[in-house]
Design a protein around this ligand. Structure first.
Ligand code: SF4
Length: 317
């Protein structure tokens, strides 16, 4: 039971018709109830790397804190939809203490992704308290705040929020943006204020069928991001969350789109095309030659993808 929710601002970006690319991102769709033999409740396999109830430590020098337990608008393709459906709330109490203790005991962690859910759904007082505790546990820790709110509710990036961010530098903002229309005037203005104020901003985009599966449209998006002072960082192949199969672009088509995109934009405007390997294998860059073979499984035909260690992973055909 994934929640429904959208902000007035994000809804105002939508055009007519049910297939509008903005509407498709927040309107529930009957196809979410179709059976999907490939679906995984925990598509990134984060459970395999849980160091504490809300802390995932998969890569040596960085960890992910599931801080926010809600979002301002709910993306129907969300890869944490099963976790979010349990209404986890903002991190606190024993869950936070366990995370802080782990961070304090692991000096190899130099960067923390403050994610969720959307951490900016919490007010600034709670964010400030969280940032203070993280820095007490690990002085010098780089904070990477991951949020969709600059797009769904840009007024959240108020002057007060940006001054909070400035006080906790080194801090970087990682925003989730999928379509050129999402760069609305207020979003541009608030992100420009962030960049001008010394907060670097990176983008993450999910390749979504019927939303942005078009090289020219993605080229527009990333060029505009670059012109707005943002760094295009990742373009993600969709994960295998339940109820999201209708959003998945076939992997071979995704590789074609990325090839076309690479010819359209400069290297500065080209994010890395990547996949979080289903089941906890971590991120791999998707490129020509990544497909090592095909295999029939009980769920259906899959591609075999080879990770950096030579291990083979499966992704639906
Ligand atoms: S903002 Fe992120 S966590 Fe929230 S619903 Fe969208 S994809 Fe999921």
């Amino acid at each position: 039971m994934f929640p429904y929710g959208v902000t007035q601002h994000f809804e105002s970006l939508a055009g007519d018709g049910q297939n509008d690319p903005i509407k498709r991102q927040f309107l529930p769709d009957a196809r979410e109830d179709l059976p999907d033999p490939f679906a995984l409740d925990d598509p990134l396999g984060e459970g395999r790397h849980r160091a504490a109830p809300r802390l995932v430590h998969q890569y040596r020098d960085r960890a992910l804190l599931l801080a926010g337990g809600a979002c301002a608008a709910y993306c129907r393709y969300c890869f944490r939809r099963v976790w979010l459906a349990s209404s986890p709330g903002f991190i606190g109490g024993g869950e936070l203490e366990e995370s802080l203790a782990y961070l304090a005991a692991h000096p190899e962690i130099r960067e923390i992704l403050v994610s969720g859910g959307d951490p900016l759904t919490a007010d600034n007082a709670r964010l400030e308290e969280l940032f203070c505790l993280l820095r007490q546990a690990r002085p010098g820790l780089l904070l990477r705040v991951c949020s969709r709110m600059p797009v769904t509710s840009p007024s959240r990036l108020s002057g007060e929020t940006l001054s909070l961010f400035r006080r906790f530098r080194p801090l970087r903002l990682s925003i989730h943006i999928n379509h050129p229309r999402e760069l609305a005037p207020l979003t541009r203005e608030r992100l420009a204020a962030a960049v001008d104020g010394g907060i670097p901003v990176h983008t993450q985009t999910v390749l979504l069928r019927g939303v942005n599966d078009d090289a020219a449209l993605l080229a527009d998006l990333f060029r505009e991001c670059l012109n707005a002072g943002l760094t295009p960082y990742y373009l993600f192949q969709a994960d295998l969350a339940p109820g999201t199969a209708h959003f998945r672009v076939p992997l071979k088509r995704g590789l074609e789109i990325y090839g076309e995109l690479s010819a359209l934009v400069s290297g500065l405007a080209l994010p890395a095309y990547a996949l979080d390997l289903p089941g906890g294998g971590g991120k791999i860059r998707l490129c020509e030659g990544i497909i090592a073979g095909e295999k029939m499984t009980p769920a259906g035909l899959v591609y075999l993808l080879r990770d950096n260690n030579g291990k083979l992973w499966e992704y639906p055909y």
